[in-house]
Design a protein around this ligand. Sequence first.
Ligand code: 5GP
Length: 134
Amino acid sequence: MPVSGQPPYDPNNIFARILRGEIPCKRVHEDEHALAFHDIAPQAPVHVLVIPKGPWVSAADFHTTAPAEAVAGFWRAVSLVARDLGLEDAGYRILSNMGEDAGQEVGHFHVHIFGGRRLGRMIPQPPPRLSPIG
Ligand code: 5GP
């Protein structure tokens, strides 16, 4: 079922296949609500993905189809994973891309956890406009 302009959930997306064990992952946590594993192309010394176990495309499903228990269980797992990765002292960033403007690549809701270094500005700024010559 499409939610907020997103395509419907594709049960063969890469994270669904990881959940079913069809594709390997470097797992760091699993419970009844969530699976966490290292990103295949890390953008920080620590870059872990946390995915819910239900068939949800993006955060938009969390105010529509996902039951409250699954939403709570997922977010609890996100913060437990960050703690277990040892990130609570120095800090970390959690990020989730939703839809085209955010550049979401995989149509299974996921949260990135970044840490292990200073993470800089929250969102890269566009280059300044060049003023016309003359
Ligand atoms: P998005 O842009 O959708 O927020 O992020 C998708 C993330 O999934 C990217 O950071 C990408 O590196 C990661 N990714 C894509 N395919 C795989 C895979 O097969 N295994 C793992 N561990 N990560 C993946």
